[in-house]
Design a protein around this ligand. Structure first.
Ligand code: FO1
Length: 319
């Protein structure tokens, strides 16, 4: 195989796992990951980038496999000390090892380095084997519109508060990307799509991960202008999410919680949508007009299964 350039759009845990499969299925390829930064949050004065860290740790061998986020072998001493001071927020899991990443990132951002440069610097240690590109160097934060428990009035809270403190319990009526209008595609993002031989939409949250990336002005057009085929992998299997809470996000956009619903939401590239091919689980129906739908095992429950899934996606992309 000649040198192949693969571009993957990804969010957190599911996207990171899928990327391990892509790396295994195409060890000679150049892999560039455009990562969602809408989940980013500032807490205790530190800038935290959950999806960038989850991909970096997962591919760098530092992830806590069971949680799917944060560092393996973690301890929570600082978190306990903060709680002892009643320092809010105490509901977010800041691990001692993980804190080093946030301290370095915050120091570099404060020194004026853009997030993309910070990400490159952090990845030096972890050697993820892929190029990590934040979707934007400008801050874009996902906020969730939910009814206020006391007044019932709609109010926007940060995604992390909804996702972690409230466990996505309140029904969201909308997701807002704060700052997106002033955001530009991160350095290297549009170039990556132009040079791509394959573009993959990882089985990440279609609303707050894939949707947030594509909401950055210029990214959707760059994606659709790519010479590569665009292959998506359904994050919904058998009408349910495999992991995460995409099922709590989809209804807010009127998207059916099914492989077919998400496929139709992404739409056919020939019709102004995103997809050339849509991969769904063997038992899932997915009649998505204008899209090549293929049934493949989607459960990433072993390195082999994950590599096979990635290989199926790359086959569909023709690489
Ligand atoms: N997810 C949780 O469910 N609980 C947490 O306390 C938590 C802390 C956390 C800290 C750092 C980090 O990088 C991720 C963390 N996550 C936590 C996951 C995070 O909320 C989600 O992974 C993404 O934002 C969605 O993909």
């Amino acid at each position: 195989m000649c040198f192949v350039e693969i571009v993957v759009l990804a969010g957190g845990t599911g996207g990171a796992r899928f990327l391990r499969g892509v790396r295994a299925a195409a060890p000679e390829a150049g892999i560039t990951v455009v990562v969602n930064t809408g989940d980013d949050v500032t807490m205790h004065g530190l800038r935290i980038c959950p999806d960038l860290d989850t991909v970096m740790y997962t591919l760098g061998g530092g992830i806590d496999e069971e949680r799917g986020w944060g560092r393996a072998g973690e301890s929570w001493t600082v978190k306990a000390e903060l709680a002892a001071y009643d320092a809010d927020p105490s509901w977010f899991g800041l691990g001692d090892r993980d804190l080093a990443t946030h301290l370095i990132r915050t120091r570099m951002l404060d020194a004026g380095y853009p997030l993309s440069a910070v990400t490159t610097a952090l990845a030096e240690r972890w050697q993820p084997g892929v190029t990590l590109l934040p979707m934007s160097d400008q801050r874009v934060e996902t906020h969730v519109v939910v009814p206020d428990p006391d007044t019932g009035r709609q109010r926007a809270i940060h995604f992390q508060e909804w996702w972690v403190r409230l466990r996505a319990a309140p029904d969201p009526s909308a997701f807002v990307q704060v700052g997106v209008d002033a955001a530009l595609p991160g350095p290297g993002v549009t170039e990556a799509f132009a040079a791509a031989d394959a573009v993959l939409l990882a089985p990440s949250n279609p609303v707050v991960s894939i949707g947030t990336i594509l909401g950055v002005p210029g990214i959707r057009a760059a994606l659709l202008g790519s010479p590569a085929r665009i292959v998506g992998i359904s994050p919904i299997v058998g009408g349910a999410v495999v992991r995460g809470m995409a099922d709590r996000c989809l209804p807010a956009l009127g998207i059916e919680v099914s492989a077919e619903g998400v496929g139709r939401h992404y739409g056919a590239r020939s019709d102004g949508g995103l997809l050339d091919t849509w991969l769904v689980a063997p038992d899932d129906a997915a009649d998505v007009g204008g899209v090549d739908v293929r049934r493949v095992p989607l459960l990433m429950n072993s390195p082999e299964a994950t590599a096979n899934l990635a290989r199926a996606a790359l086959d569909a992309a023709g690489v």
